[in-house]
Design a protein around this ligand. Structure first.
Ligand SMILES: Cc1cc2nc3c(=O)[nH]c(=O)nc-3n(C[C@H](O)[C@H](O)[C@H](O)COP(=O)(O)OP(=O)(O)OC[C@H]3O[C@@H](n4cnc5c(N)ncnc54)[C@H](O)[C@@H]3O)c2cc1C
Length: 438
């Protein structure tokens, strides 16, 4: 094997490339990336959003610990977010150079088992598809209707400048991304009003009911400028001279309201680079069905779309490519191992089965629950909201862990070592430092 081609330079693609070098692969590695290295995560996802999240935490900390309301200058936010994104992107570029990995800033496709670049076809020894996913929209187009790509990308400066003046923002989608966005924006920009619309009967409807209730309770108490409407669907969006007029249907009937901006956060679709292949099926080693040498990693594999899952899969794919027997397998079906983290205030994190799922499966179980209000460190931090809930089967094995607490992203993998060899390190967290060494 001489050459590895990788399509997509996000967390999955760049990790496959680096891991191959770490495992001793000496052939050529080329990544084709049509936008920016670091993908959705570094440029318009995890990193800018978590940088903004820090400002929300700072505001809460000052209020709780010193009873001081701080106002943060929009230009400080804009410059900090840009600086962090640039630093991380530069770090990725540096690492790829260090490992002698070539990057081509081009769109690549696959046609008839050959890679196509600028309409020229090339053969390959090994190909990795890590093209990620794109935001879904409801089909409405306007410069004030933002997906994550505009919000954290080209429209970021304008949005932050506007939202700091006091405006009305609609967030569509009550999954973890919509909710964390609503949480941080409404915490920082208290003079703006936020409405979140979710079509399901509850927010983060796949989470444990206790998590959902705790999050809602905290939002109600602390984020009075945030209204959450469930069982509600968008019927129409039009525009007057300046603003967006949204018609939405609630259980109480149709309503009409004006907003300055809409943030769309309704889910994602995979980016499939293979022409004439509608669905991407793959085996337990993440190899494309009916193929010897095409592998998949990251959001392109569907299921939970998270950067730490992308990197976890990338490591496995690198092992499989160089035919070192995989020590740990990861497939689409065991998404349960992957922790979901919601960087709201307070944070929520979970993996495994919810109590409702365990009940529905007819499994005998017991629940152990501790409250942060009884934890000395939480009291010292004045962050007493939340709980830790662990669901065990009658053999004492953990079926699910559900936590609401500040900094749960750094803690959620602790119970993972209890009955599993697998620890997945959530991204972006300090705990990831151990991922390189353990
Ligand atoms: C707002 C937001 C916040 C998020 N926060 C978190 C978080 O806190 N923690 C977390 O774990 N996850 C988070 N995620 C999810 C995370 O961003 C994704 O799971 C992760 O980026 C997936 O990595 P990937 O490499 O599979 O795909 P991507 O990051 O999507 O990278 C794929 C890359 O491939 C390129 N590409 C696509 N097609 C082609 C082609 N044909 N030719 C060349 N290049 C191509 C794309 O331009 C892109 O750069 C967040 C997502 C969003 C939207």
């Amino acid at each position: 094997m001489k050459d590895v081609f990788i399509i997509g330079g996000g967390p999955a693609g760049t990790k496959v490339a680096q891991e191959l070098r770490i495992l001793g692969f000496e052939g050529n590695i080329t990544i084709f990336e049509d936008r920016f290295l670091g993908g959705e995560c570094t440029n318009v996802g995890c990193i800018p959003s978590k940088t903004l999240y820090n400002f929300a935490k700072l505001r809460i900390l000052c209020k709780k610990q010193a009873n001081v309301n701080i106002e943060i200058n929009p230009s400080t936010i804009i410059n900090t977010v840009k600086k962090v994104v640039n630093t991380i992107r530069k770090g990725i570029e540096y690492n790829l150079k260090r490992y002698d990995i070539k990057v081509e800033n081009k769109i690549a496709k696959v046609r008839n088992n050959r890679i196509v670049i600028d309409e020229k076809e090339y053969g390959f020894d090994v190909l990795v598809l890590s093209t990620g996913s794109s935001p879904l929209t409801l089909g409405y187009k306007d410069e004030k209707i933002l997906t994550n790509r505009e919000l954290w990308g080209n429209y970021f400066d304008d949005f932050i400048n506007e939202v700091s003046k006091g405006i009305k923002v609609l967030i569509v989608g009550g999954g973890y991304i919509g909710l964390e966005t609503a949480s941080m924006l409404s915490t920082i920009f208290t003079n703006s009003n936020f409405t979140l619309i979710e079509k399901e009967k509850d927010i983060i409807f796949t989470a444990d009911t206790d998590v959902i209730n705790e999050i809602k309770k905290n939002f109600q108490k602390n984020n009075q400028n945030l209204t959450i409407l469930t069982n509600t669907t968008i019927k129409n969006i039009t525009k007057n001279s300046d603003n967006l007029i949204v018609e939405y249907e609630t259980p109480e009937g149709i309503k009409k309201e004006e907003f300055n901006f809409i943030i769309m956060s309704i889910g994602r679709k995979i980016n499939n680079p293979i022409e004439n292949l509608k669905t991407l099926e793959f085996d337990e080693y993440l190899r494309l069905k009916n193929s010897e040498n095409i592998w998949l990693a990251g959001d392109i594999t569907g299921g939970k779309m998270l950067a730490h899952k992308a990197e976890f899969q990338a490591k496995l794919v690198a092992h499989n490519i160089i035919q070192k027997k995989p020590t740990k397998r990861f497939t689409k079906t065991n998404d349960l191992q992957i922790p979901s983290i919601m960087f709201s205030i307070p944070e929520a994190g979970w993996y495994g089965l919810t109590e409702k799922e365990v009940k529905e499966m007819g499994i005998e179980y017991i629940v152990k629950k501790s409250f942060l209000s009884a934890n000395a460190r939480a009291i010292a931090d004045n962050s007493r909201e939340g709980f830790v809930k662990i669901i065990y089967n009658n053999r004492g094995e953990i079926l699910g862990t559900h936590v609401v607490a500040s900094n749960v992203s750094e803690l959620i993998n602790i119970p993972m070592v209890y009955n599993s060899e697998t620890i997945v390190y959530p991204h972006p967290t300090l705990s990831e430092i151990f991922n390189e060494l353990l």
